[in-house]
Design a protein around this ligand. Structure first.
Ligand SMILES: [Zn+2]
Ligand SMILES: [Zn+2]
Length: 136
């Protein structure tokens, strides 16, 4: 158990387990202490289209919903506070303590503590026109 894994757990390890189960087994959805509505995850998935980390193209089914502002610190479980990251980059963001920002237009900014900065555009539908991603 690495410190990064613990940090990720504190963020939303529970969420992504639920969301993955929700994809295959909706009946199990909602067993956690808090939850992201399935419809909300669909909106985020439609916007992000997969991992939002620069240079990564992992599809939605390999991603977690990362809380940009930790829910434990008052971050809301809503569209503008959630970003899809694959598990590798989710751990990386926590491990490196990257500063993540999400603009209203969906652009995500990643800032490293030594000053490097990258940003990515959502690959899915624009936020103003959410759609249900087709399965498969
Ligand atoms: Zn996270
Ligand atoms: Zn990734």
């Amino acid at each position: 158990m690495s410190p990064a894994c613990t940090a990720t757990y504190l963020c939303d390890c529970k969420i992504h387990v639920i969301l993955r189960e929700a994809d295959t087994n909706p009946a199990k959805f909602g067993v956690s202490t808090y939850s992201v509505p399935r419809s909300l995850f669909r909106k985020i998935a439609a916007r992000d289209g997969g991992c939002r980390f620069p240079g990564c193209n992992r599809p939605v089914r390999f991603t977690d919903a990362h809380h940009i502002h930790h829910w434990q610190h008052g971050g809301a479980t809503d569209y503008r506070n959630l970003l899809l990251l694959c598990s590798r980059h989710h751990h990386y963001v926590h491990q490196q303590r990257l500063i993540v920002k999400l603009e209203p237009n969906g652009t995500a900014h990643f800032t490293w503590h030594h000053g490097q900065h990258r940003h990515t555009k959502p690959r899915g539908a624009p936020p103003t026109r959410p759609r249900i991603p087709s399965s498969g």
